[in-house]
Write a protein that binds this ligand. Sequence first.
Ligand SMILES: Nc1nc2c(ncn2[C@@H]2O[C@H](COP(=O)(O)OP(=O)(O)OP(=O)(O)O)[C@@H](O)[C@H]2O)c(=O)[nH]1
Ligand SMILES: Nc1nc2c(ncn2[C@@H]2O[C@H](COP(=O)(O)OP(=O)(O)OP(=O)(O)O)[C@@H](O)[C@H]2O)c(=O)[nH]1
Ligand SMILES: [Mg+2]
Ligand SMILES: [Mg+2]
Lengths: 278, 293
Amino acid sequence: LFGKPVVDEETLEALEEVLLTADIGVATSMKLVEEVAERVRRKELTDPEVLRVHLKTRIAEILIEDEGHLDLGPKRPYVVLVVGVNGVGKTTTIGKIAAQFTARGDKVVIGAADTFRAAAIEQLAIWGERVGAQVIKHEHGSDPAAVTFDTLEAAKARGADLVLIDTAGRLHTKTNLMEEMKKIRRVAGKAIEGAPHEVMLVLDSTTGQNAISQAKTFNETITVDSIVLTKLDGTAKGGVIVGICDELKIPVKFIGIGEQVDDLRPFNAAEFVEALFS
Amino acid sequence: SLSDKLADVFKSLTGKGKLNEKDIEAALKQVRMALLEADVNFRVVKQFVADVRVRAMGQEVARSLTPDQTVVKIVREELVRVMGETCEELDLRAAPPVPILLVGLQGSGKTTTAGKLALYLKKKLRRSPYLVPADVYRPAAVEQLKKIATDLDIPVFDTDVNDDPVEVCKKAGEAARIGGYDTIIIDTAGRLHIDEELMGELGRIKEALDPNEILLVADAMTGQDAVNVAGEFDRALGLTGVVLSKMDGDARGGAALSVRAVTGKPIKFVGMGEKSDALEVFAPDRVASRILG
Ligand SMILES: Nc1nc2c(ncn2[C@@H]2O[C@H](COP(=O)(O)OP(=O)(O)OP(=O)(O)O)[C@@H](O)[C@H]2O)c(=O)[nH]1
Ligand SMILES: Nc1nc2c(ncn2[C@@H]2O[C@H](COP(=O)(O)OP(=O)(O)OP(=O)(O)O)[C@@H](O)[C@H]2O)c(=O)[nH]1
Ligand SMILES: [Mg+2]
Ligand SMILES: [Mg+2]
């Protein structure tokens, strides 16, 4: 694609293909290519290599990093509510994050607020045990808001540093489930003032343009503070995040690169962009 | 929707008897964008648009339709044609217990679909299915399928997580034979199509069981990557069909077209919810409408 000595129509088309096949989406890809095409027309960009660098820089500017770490701040416990649609990697991501903090001596409490899906509580309990974090759970089928409340009460009582609340996967189109999530958020605030301090949306990098509706709806419902993009160890590029950052200005904190406890990395915009073009 | 966009393209043209080249190109531009927005793979879109162009050239505008309606009609017919005009049944012609193997990426809905298929076989096809939890890696995966099975009152193999999955499948096959069940549904661990070791493991499970059906469970919201995943699973194992899960969301479902176009394998079912009764037989015209927006 960039092996040609001159920028022509073919170069721009090939460029559009790279962006579209990375799931960057029609609107965002067209916008990016048009910006570049304009500079080409004004003869500001004539070398394909420079064009490539310019485009990478432009995309990296849109992406929003957040130093890739959770800053627990002075008031403890710091409460993170983890949400997202079904199967994206919420439970696994909580295990990974908990591990990072227990490893440095922080006390982590996890709330098993997915009381709906079969063996969701058992799955989380195994992770809690693996990483040395206490898991607060009720019976299967109980009220997730009640679990959340108890988790925060327990966290306060034990002087926890970090609380991670695992919730059931929910499609953003299901109004009753979006309402349930709102209630979980409200109840958290009742147990600890200001909680949740962070609402973390987990997105699957294999997801196409629907990720944008997911992000928008979750954000409109309970305000999303950060994003984790999982499964980047696959062949999907996760390009949907470009449009999401551009429109919603939500920082991407971590990326998931596997199923094991250590497979979590801080989001790095430059590395992400390099991978988009590889 | 595409219909609206095409109506716009053609609103300045009235009383035309035939679609001319310029009209068609303008319309195809809209079709291409609509399909890409619906997550149909880039290359698949290219081929699809080329096929539509061939059909649209010289096409008479039926007196009952406007030019934009003619193009929409062609696009819809092409979508339905590619995705399979007929609904393909499960192939259960074999000596019992007939094995059905579920494979796919992490989190796509395999375990949930296993329960749904078991219920479908029991209630709709009046068969006696046996569930096999062959995912010994994911925490509480065996418990998850066991709980689903118990809720449905469907027998399930008591997997030992210390066994490797091939061992589990062999033992379960034997248990199903002894128990007199006529169908076994094997739930496997999610895996990447690029993980040689785990893909090799599936190959060994296939060899051990000789399944009648190897179904790829794919998430309806999958984007451009759908062709890579489906293509590789098909190449490695020879899929017999696809189940598109989470179609109860608002993903346009372009992955349906991509997967069919790249593997030629039929989509047999769609998952329409988290409960075990949320499984429907694939209807191409319905998915076509959805992709068209
Ligand atoms: N390859 C890979 N797999 C992942 C990653 N993160 C999670 N997974 C896998 O994805 C699958 C789903 O993960 P979960 O943590 O259960 O997802 P979830 O969002 O909690 O799912 P629900 O609670 O059912 O909505 C599991 O098989 C995980 O091991 C990742 O970064 N890479
Ligand atoms: N809304 C909806 N959710 C679904 C559907 N199918 C599965 N799910 C949900 O998607 C999530 C993942 O489903 P699983 O069955 O655990 O997926 P899996 O492929 O077995 O996951 P791994 O074993 O980790 O690879 C769960 O929350 C399911 O309830 C569906 O058709 N609609
Ligand atoms: Mg979970
Ligand atoms: Mg599973």
